[in-house]
Design a protein around this ligand. Structure first.
Ligand SMILES: Cc1ncc(COP(=O)(O)O)c(C=O)c1O
Length: 377
């Protein structure tokens, strides 16, 4: 087995002292810098009691780092708690006329369908589910479903189920031809593949920190292109969405110019400390380097799983695949528990086990996980 040079020091990741972490599609191992950032918040409470100025600086630091990650202006980024919150805010803030509706792919994470269906139940907005073929989508599927009545098209950049990666520019071109806004759920791609929202033609993008971004739950970034957000009145709002939250003006609204207006109340401060540090760590390695390293691990995972006679549920072509590899396993939940007992953390969904490495993993980690999986199944 050819040794690969790790882009990071394994000793940077305390969790690796007693675990093989292969669960970046669910929770990756946070670097020491993230643990230190959590401590910094804790000590600010213990030592200073209250430190609003410093707390908000970290929230702004997180916003700036995320904007750098996806190549946009920090003013085009709002900070919310979850992808579900962010998508709910967007869907409820859009005005749907007459027959205008939402297209959602069948490979989207369930919350995207659930949020859209609540709009249907409350206001009769039509929701079309674009069918998948074996958990993958084709250009023709989008061409057939998106039309002039599609106000909003929702797609995942990378599927949470099998790591299928989509050509966002191709989907954006179809959406633009039909005057549809394109919302990309980048929770499974952010941190593992490069994202440039302007070049990819993305109107709206959401991503949390827990997966390939090496952070913790409780914080999500919402990008909306400024030309779009500036025209929108947020349906979910609060004082941090105003141009000056500290004006304390009860009787009028003065929304921030751009997407910052989608902020709501006091931001998730402790989560922002972790997010700022995690994003800095990712930016320092460089997402291009991360992608190149993960592609090699991904090819190895498929090759070795097939050598063991396992059935892979992910695409073979690396251009159509992110870092996660899904393997069909009977009783996937039990397999996840069994591997955890061996100190190997993987993630089950329905009928598959997801092997989701990051830059701190080696081929040996993957071999050990697959050998145990084979032994147990
Ligand atoms: C692609 C994707 N979108 C959304 C979610 C759910 O995000 P949240 O819990 O922040 O609403 C997940 C969680 O696994 C996910 O993988």
């Amino acid at each position: 087995m050819k040794m690969m040079k790790l882009p990071v020091e394994r000793s940077d990741f305390p969790t690796l002292q007693n675990k093989i972490m292969l669960s970046s599609c669910s929770q990756s191992a946070p670097p020491q810098a993230v643990i230190d950032a959590l401590d910094a918040y804790k000590y600010s409470l213990i030592e200073s009691g209250m430190e609003w100025g410093e707390w908000i600086e970290h929230v702004e630091g997180a916003r700036k780092n995320f904007a750098e990650l996806i190549s946009c202006d920090p003013e085009e980024v709002a900070i919310l708690s979850s992808v579900s919150d962010a998508v709910s805010s967007v869907v409820n803030s859009l005005d749907f006329k007459d027959d205008e509706g939402i297209c959602v792919t069948e490979i989207d994470f369930p919350c995207i369908g659930q949020v859209s269906l609540s709009k249907k139940l409350k206001q009769g907005v039509p929701v079309t589910f674009i069918p998948h073929q074996n958990h993958m989508m084709k250009k023709e599927d989008y061409e057939a479903a998106i039309n002039e009545n599609t106000k909003l098209t929702c797609v995942p950049h990378i599927s949470y189920y099998n790591g299928f990666k989509q050509d966002i520019k191709m989907i954006s071109d179809i959406a633009k031809r039909n005057d549809s806004l394109l919302l990309v759920d980048a929770y499974q791609s952010a941190g593992s593949v490069p994202i440039n929202v302007k070049e990819m033609g993305v109107d709206i993008l959401v991503a949390g920190l827990q997966k390939y971004l090496m952070g913790i739950p409780g914080i999500t970034f919402l990008y909306i292109k400024k030309e779009i957000s500036a025209e929108m009145i947020p349906a979910v709002t609060g004082w941090f969405g105003q141009s000056n939250p500290f004006a304390f003006d009860l009787k009028s609204t003065d929304y921030a110019d751009s997407t910052r207006r989608f902020n709501t109340g006091t931001p998730p401060i402790v989560n922002a400390y972790a997010a700022e540090a995690a994003l800095k760590y990712i930016l320092n390695i460089g997402v291009d380097n991360i992608q190149a390293y993960l592609q090699e691990l991904s090819s190895y995972t498929i090759e070795y799983a097939e050598q063991l006679g396992m059935k892979v549920a992910s695409p073979r072509n690396s251009a159509e695949k992110g870092a996660t590899t899904a393997i069909y396993v009977e009783h996937a939940d039990k397999a996840e528990t069994k591997l955890k007992e061996e100190g190997i953390v993987v993630s089950a969904r329905k009928d598959i086990i997801r092997i989701a490495p990051h830059v701190y993993n080696t081929k040996q980690d993957i071999k050990r996980a697959l050998d145990h999986l084979k032994e147990w199944t």
